[in-house]
Write a protein that binds this ligand. Structure first.
Ligand SMILES: [Zn+2]
Length: 213
């Protein structure tokens, strides 16, 4: 196998994992963090996310031990990062990602930072069992939290670029959604009833199902 000697992640994805399943796990983990921060996540929530959804999404391409991701960002020694520093890190990470995603949404769904993230080795290419290219987010030491979340979005984007045509950041609640109706109406589904815009149940369910992808 051509890439078997490479240290840069697996050449082939493990049985059962596909380009689509990697994309779905990346998006789910990234959106969970974004929504969680908006709800006021703290240090414990971040640790739980890193050990759970994040570890799951990055399990295909993991390198060495993860020194607390946020150490470099917070400029503090591992283990003694203050709750306030983590809070500031979470808030700024979300803010910068929101700005980048909003920019992408305005550009028709093109993630401008995808090239940089691949270039820096935070997302790598592999082949799934069907012979399809799959892009994997990398979990490596010394990556900042923003790099980690960016890598999740970029891996999702490279694996499922068509979905990003429906990317939208709601101006009312700042939720990141993949929903064409939201783009066109200028609000995510949760505000529609309140504003008198009825969405037929069938359409809403279809939208949700697509979003759950
Ligand atoms: Zn909203």
């Amino acid at each position: 196998m051509a890439f078997s000697g490479s240290r840069r992640g697996p050449a082939r994805l493990a049985e059962g994992a596909t380009r689509a399943s990697v994309a779905a796990e990346c998006r789910e983990a990234a959106l969970e963090l974004m929504a969680g921060i908006a709800e006021g996540w703290d240090k414990g929530d971040l640790a739980r996310w890193l050990a759970g959804p994040y570890a799951r999404a990055t399990r295909h391409c993991r390198h060495g031990e993860r020194t607390v991701a946020e150490r470099a960002d917070a400029g503090a020694a591992g283990g003694s990062v203050s709750a306030a520093a983590i809070q500031a890190l979470l808030t700024s990470t979300r803010g910068r990602l929101l700005a980048a995603l909003e920019k992408a949404a305005l550009a028709g769904g093109a993630l401008a930072f995808a090239g940089e993230i691949v270039e820096r080795g935070f997302v790598r290419r592999a082949v799934d069992a069907d012979g399809e290219d799959a892009w994997l987010p990398v979990d490596a030491p010394r990556m900042g939290l923003r790099d980690r979340v960016s890598a999740l979005f970029v891996a999702d984007y490279l694996n499922a670029p068509e979905a990003y045509a429906a990317l939208y950041v709601c101006h009312r609640c700042e939720e990141v959604v993949f929903d064409d109706d939201a783009r066109q109406l200028g609000m995510c589904w949760r505000h529609r009833r309140a504003s008198g815009i009825e969405v037929r149940a069938g359409e809403r369910d279809a939208t949700r199902a697509a979003g759950d992808g």
